[in-house]
Design a protein around this ligand. Structure first.
Ligand SMILES: Nc1nc2c(c(=O)[nH]1)N[C@H]1C(S)=C(S)[C@@H](COP(=O)(O)OP(=O)(O)OC[C@H]3O[C@@H](n4cnc5c(N)ncnc54)[C@H](O)[C@@H]3O)O[C@H]1N2
Ligand code: MOO
Length: 389
């Protein structure tokens, strides 16, 4: 299956999450399920934009009192009167201008300074009017959105929550501490998965009885089948069982669970044995090839596409970029090539073999090189950080 079609099918195979209400503290990284509408005007009243003096009319003014930041009733100014004020405090009725403290000349109770009508005043409703839509549904909730929601007085948001992802790393040869050696391969996929899942906008959850972290499994059909039937995550990642070797049990496990295979291999290098399946209850299983760069590519290809749909988001278009020095094409497969980005375009940086992470670790992005007979001088860009579109 062509790489682009595989992405589209993975996106289509996933179900968008159900819309729920969340407190602001739990909404970071979710997606707005309904538009964000301000219940009231912001600011609700005219406010000082600078520390200094609220004045009415032309100066000089007679200085009288001080308005604290939290004062509910700042009173009224008569013509020729001034009162001390702090940034953000509600202005007394009748205020025509605010004189900044550094521009003010105070002699006893006499104030002089520059005062243009409306200067240094944040008007009521300047940021938004009551009932105004500030953000449409489908916006990813980040720190500024949370702050805005609080500004307009909301305690909760209607959101599509972050999808849940479980991660199973298989392989009898894998060790999780110390160096590789004969018969020992250091697990390089397990350490990548939590960060990838988080950056893609999902939440890593426990598989079986494990704490929310990657679970390591031996090469056993029964253990893999049990783990897959136990997981309640929206998407379960399984690494190292995707090919057709004697220890590669993913397809047999999926068959015994009655799963529907959505993608069975992708025409890409690396990562061609990646697979996506749907269990009978709609949960998805993604097979990541065991070679570490291939696993990374598979997550960025099918995993990110599926998670994107679960978040209720469209699959983003990939930007185009020149590859001035050229990059060789594969005759029938899409190549994913680690590149540095320069002012002139993308430059392949090497070390992009499927068992290597040295290239991807220093790359700015992956160049998506379409199949072809010779060299390409342009490509599309796939972010290595799935949180960046
Ligand atoms: N007859 C065929 N053999 C293979 C094919 C094929 O099409 N036909 N494809 C090759 C490609 S490409 C890949 S990629 C691998 C995918 O294999 P699996 O997903 O079944 O994974 P394994 O066989 O267990 O491992 C492959 C390789 O990767 C190492 N590995 C596995 N897990 C990890 C890990 N967590 N960290 C680091 N390295 C890992 C493992 O030791 C092997 O060296 O199949 C090829 N074979
Ligand atoms: O395609 Mo394998 O997934 O290259 O290493």
């Amino acid at each position: 299956m062509a790489w682009d079609l595989a992405r589209v099918l993975a996106h289509a195979a996933a179900r968008p999450g159900k819309v729920v209400s969340r407190g602001l503290a739990e909404a970071d990284g979710c997606v707005l399920g309904t538009p964000l509408v301000s219940p009231g005007a912001v600011p609700p009243v005219d406010r000082a934009a600078m520390d200094g003096y609220a004045v009415r009319g032309a100066g000089p003014w007679r200085l009288n009192g001080h308005v604290e930041a939290g004062a509910a009733d700042p009173g009224t100014l008569a013509d020729g009167q001034a009162t001390g004020i702090v940034t953000g405090a509600a202005l007394p009725t009748g205020t025509t201008s605010v004189v900044r403290s550094e521009d003010a000349v105070v002699t006893g109770d006499r104030l002089e300074g520059p005062a243009e009508d409306g200067r240094h005043i944040r008007r009521a409703g300047e940021e938004c009017r009551p009932g105004e839509q500030l953000l449409p549904a489908g916006v990813v909730i980040g720190p500024a959105v949370l702050g805005l929601a609080a500004t307009v007085g909301l305690n909760r948001l209607t959101v599509i929550p972050q999808p849940t992802v479980a991660a199973l790393v298989t392989g009898d040869e894998l060790v999780h501490r110390g160096p590789s050696g004969p018969g020992r391969v250091r697990d390089a996929i397990g350490p990548m998965l939590p960060g990838l899942v988080t950056r893609a906008g999902a939440r890593l959850v426990a598989s079986g009885s494990s704490t929310p972290s990657v679970r390591h499994l031996p090469d056993s059909l029964d253990e893999l089948t049990n783990a897959l039937s136990e997981t309640r995550a929206d998407l379960t990642l399984v690494s190292g069982s995707s090919a057709s070797g004697p220890a590669d049990h993913l397809r047999a496990a999926l068959t015994s669970l009655g799963a529907e295979i959505v993608v069975d291999g992708v025409a890409c290098r690396p990562g061609h044995p990646q697979a996506l399946a749907r269990l009978s209850d709609g949960r998805l299983v993604l097979g990541l090839p065991g070679n570490p760069f291939a696993a990374l590519v598979a997550f960025l290809t099918l995993g990110v596409a599926a998670i994107t749909r679960m978040r209720g988001l469209r699959l983003p278009e990939l930007g185009h970029i020149a590859v001035p020095g050229g990059v060789s094409c594969h005759p029938t497969s899409t190549r994913l090539v680690p590149v540095r980005l320069t002012a002139h375009g993308a430059v392949p940086i090497g070390h992009g073999g499927s068992a290597m992470l040295r290239g991807p670790a220093v790359a700015d992005a992956l160049a998506v090189v379409a199949p072809g007979p010779a060299e390409a001088i342009a490509a599309r860009l796939l972010p290595l950080d799935p949180g960046i579109t």
